[in-house]
Design a protein around this ligand. Sequence first.
Ligand SMILES: NC(=O)c1ccc[n+]([C@@H]2O[C@H](COP(=O)([O-])OP(=O)(O)OC[C@H]3O[C@@H](n4cnc5c(N)ncnc54)[C@H](O)[C@@H]3O)[C@@H](O)[C@H]2O)c1
Length: 420
Amino acid sequence: MRAEKLVVIGQGYVGLPLAMRAVEAGLDVTGLDTDSYRVKRLVAGESFVEDVPADRLGRALGSGRYHPTTDYADAEGFDVCVITVPTPLRNGVPDLSHVEQAGVGIGPYLRPGCLVVLESTTYPGTTEELLRPLLESVSGLRSPADFHLGYSPERIDPGNPVWRLENTPKVISGVDPVSLERADTFYRRLVDRTVPVGSTQVAELTKLIENTFRQVNIALINELTMLSHELGIDVWQAIDAAGTKPFGFMPFRPGPGVGGHCLPVDPCYLSWQVKRRLGRQFRFIELANDVNHEMPAHVTARIMAGLNRSGRAVNGARLLLLGLSYKKNTGDLRDSPALDVAQRLCGLGADVRAVEPYAESHQIPTGVLVVPLTEQEVRAADAVVVVTDHDVFDYDLVARHARYVFDARDRCVGPTVERL
Ligand SMILES: NC(=O)c1ccc[n+]([C@@H]2O[C@H](COP(=O)([O-])OP(=O)(O)OC[C@H]3O[C@@H](n4cnc5c(N)ncnc54)[C@H](O)[C@@H]3O)[C@@H](O)[C@H]2O)c1
């Protein structure tokens, strides 16, 4: 019997781990991506996603059942297609052009009985109102009569060693009960537990609830942190103490802002849809965005004040930033608040150096010099700023040798350390 043929459109942070998992589950996987550089690297066994080490990619290639490609014609004869392309904002508005292009690209290869699942994060209604008519018009087939269609949000947490694709429950939906059953059967081969829900809109909203919940709670703690600083109260201790409550509380930690592909973007998909459909503002989301956007300016101001206390101006000061990615232990610099902080400090005339072991050099903003974390660099800096707390950093070394540390992540302890 031939292996089931899966096409994963988009071989990024979401699509590549999914493709690897599917190869390991015995499927024949075509990894489609329009980025020829990425595909070339995948063919050569080079992974750019931390959660997929090169040896795992090598095993998938070696199995003969993983085929990275830029050519949609290689989708011919597929059984299941999962779409994992980006869903960014353009001028604050959802940009679904990648999903549309994926639909146009795969449409000609749909055949009766096949299944298409959208995984990209998006506003409720996208699968049925945008993707379904598009696939129908390109393929000439109808859903659900001819092909099955569903939505399943991705919950991947890059860099998380505990919760991976296979042990994180997967929410599944379909445009009708048969599509749901078909999608559920497919994902049960890949993950330990599936969570079927009643409609694609519910599944789409599920993802947006999860990320809006994080965005709003982070904003709450960020605002509280700025106010507690002025009140002279240690907010970190208060959060830790509140975190001992065994029920009804979940601790969130402050930071220099939110970044990445999800938290600054996904809630805006929801507020945009609410505005479009109901003509109303989603006030929590707007407020949370405002607070989180304020954080890089707040961090910059606190560093300036810290330098000022020891008689130094930020102009001409040598600053060592630890971490530039938006979250720890990844090299993902997309929308990272650390870049905003770096750019503000450069703009103020500081000599900005950064330690960022995960990002590729072409991603580093101009004006920022990447250096290793050494005693010499720490001693030479007027201030060391913990922006993104990668676990590989030696925080004891920093606390021992730095003249002044501004720690936005609560990782350093010592008399020269000031916390956000
Ligand atoms: N990164 C995460 O942690 C995460 C978590 C959950 C959900 N998501 C969502 O998953 C989706 C994908 O995110 P990602 O982080 O994997 O993005 P990514 O940018 O890492 O990867 C997307 C890939 O899709 C490719 N692509 C774009 N248009 C294409 C097309 N028409 N045909 C084929 N390939 C195309 C791009 O070249 C890119 O390699 C987004 O909607 C995102 O919000 C991401």
